[in-house]
Design a protein around this ligand. Structure first.
Ligand code: SF4
Length: 74
């Protein structure tokens, strides 16, 4: 299994990544909605609790997480 992406990773922090999408900073990221999570992001490559994200090679992100690079699955 891939190591989990840390919220303190510089790129993750810059993109406002949180393992719990509900912890997203609504002031910084007003476009985030409650239904947006890694699980339904176009960059998420997994199906379980954690999975790879194309933006963070070698790391697994939380399916219930979110970052500002979010793009809805087509
Ligand atoms: Fe989650 Fe998508 Fe951000 Fe990757 S790009 S961390 S899958 S919201």
């Amino acid at each position: 299994d891939l190591p989990h992406l840390a919220e303190t990773d510089p790129t993750a922090a810059a993109l406002g990544y949180h393992e719990d999408a509900a912890k997203t900073d609504a002031t910084k990221f007003p476009a985030h909605t409650a239904s947006q999570q890694c699980a339904n992001c176009n960059f998420f490559q997994g199906g379980g609790e954690y999975g790879p994200c194309q933006l963070f090679p070698g790391k697994a992100v939380n399916a219930k997480g979110w970052c500002s690079a979010y793009a809805a699955k087509a």
